[in-house]
Design a protein around this ligand. Structure first.
Ligand code: ASP
Length: 400
């Protein structure tokens, strides 16, 4: 039985057991069960700093020789980041209209109020670490991201054999982090059960329904983003009608939907773009692997929806400053999201931590994460393909 099915079963089991046990069992559950859930969350938290740092450095160094790639590199990265930021905003907009989780008020020890939002200038100043080790020790994500970006650029500038040593090191370190996350995720069914049981015991049956609204928000948001943003990119700058574009990339979209892995879908995305959309091999071989590593519009959109959902559920009003923070962190974090199933959940932990939202929300999302992953991965690779058509067309003009 696959892990995602096990996690789903754990979610359902926790609801059934929680409903049968009811508030009377809370004493026992809080004493014996809840700590196991906390251990699971701590294991996930343990990996945030290492995985963000190593995979961001790898993402940056995979840009390669920045001088040679120059224009294409900058154009691609700017487009990737721009579409990602738009995706989170669409996620917010959809969730803002649907209000997933509204009406469900979880009372939980973790339901602390969100931190006081700092001003934008304060955010920018505090993004620059004075001591990266201190930032890592305190799990301050934005400074870590900035330090990782500089490290990546520094390694690229060093070049040659010395750079290769470091690139290989960080590549191996990132790979190791993914493996550890894989090990931790094996315990997800137990972790999810133990996290949710106290919540269900305390709050009753009202916990399940709002999850359906989260799935609906992510699905609808993905469709809106694809139709509005990718159709526009493909038609206006990519030289394809939206129908042509989506038909051309449909094989990769279906594969992404079923495998939940951008990286695993990459060969098919490249094939579709080359054969069906006429994107040159030179462009696909740079833009698409980079996209599978750093461009995660679906993941970003999902973070926007989930953050609002968790805020709703725990009765926290997000300020504009905090939403801005989610857009910023989510966009930068998407660079560090691996194109493998479930990676987005770890990044969600990171976003929650940065904004000060309760981590317990993660358990609710974890139970349905695989379904959300299908939609977001599908959007992730479609975004890569759309950007590749734009880069291809605009580069043709230079060549002419
Ligand atoms: N599964 C996604 C991907 O491969 C990443 C994520 O979990 O959001 O693109």
């Amino acid at each position: 039985m696959s892990l995602s099915v096990q996690i789903f079963i754990a979610l359902v089991a926790s609801v059934i057991v929680g409903l049968i046990a009811g508030p009377g069992a809370l004493g026992f559950v809080n004493w014996w069960i809840a700590p196991i859930g906390t251990i699971f969350i701590n294991l996930i938290k343990m990996m945030i700093v290492p995985v963000v740092f190593t995979s961001l450095v790898v993402g940056m160094t995979s840009l390669g020789d920045t001088k040679k790639l120059g224009r294409i590199g900058v154009k691609t990265v700017v487009l990737y980041l721009f579409t990602t930021a738009v995706a989170i905003i669409i996620g917010f907009a959809v969730a803002g209209i649907v209000h997933p989780g509204m009406g469900l008020q979880l009372s939980s020890d973790a339901a602390v109020t969100a931190k006081q939002a700092p001003s934008i200038m304060e955010v920018f100043v505090s993004m620059i670490p004075t001591n990266p080790v201190d930032s890592m020790a305190k799990a301050q994500i934005l400074p870590i991201i900035i330090f990782a970006l500089f490290t990546g650029v520094g390694i690229t500038q060093v070049g040659g054999e010395k750079a290769q040593i470091l690139i290989k090191f960080f590549d191996a370190a990132a790979e190791t982090c993914y493996k550890i996350i894989g090990i931790v995720m094996n315990f997800a069914p137990i972790g999810v059960f133990c996290l949710l049981l106290p919540v269900v015991c305390k709050n009753g049956p009202s916990v399940l329904l709002p999850l359906i609204s989260v799935i609906a928000c992510v699905a609808v948001g993905c469709v809106i983003h694809a139709v509005a943003v990718y159709s526009t990119l493909a038609r206006v700058w990519g030289g394809h009608s939206p129908l042509d574009f989506f038909k051309g990339v449909s094989e990769a979209m279906m594969l992404a939907f079923t495998t939940c892995s951008s990286a695993g879908t990459l060969p098919v995305t490249m094939k579709n773009c080359q054969e069906n959309l006429g994107v040159s091999r030179e462009i696909t071989s740079f833009v698409l692997p980079l996209g599978a590593t750093i461009n995660m519009d679906g993941t970003a959109l999902y973070q926007g929806v989930c953050a609002l959902f968790i805020a709703n559920v725990f009765g926290i009003d997000l300020t504009m400053g905090q939403m801005g923070m989610i857009v910023l962190t989510g966009t930068l974090a998407s660079i560090g999201t691996a194109g493998v199933p479930g990676a987005g959940l770890i990044m969600l932990a990171l976003v929650l931590q940065t904004v000060g939202l309760p981590m317990e929300g993660l358990a609710l999302i974890a139970g349905i994460d695989r379904v959300l992953d299908m939609f977001r991965t599908c959007l992730n690779i479609t975004g890569d393909a759309a950007v590749s058509t734009v880069i291809d067309q605009t580069e043709k003009k230079y060549a002419a």
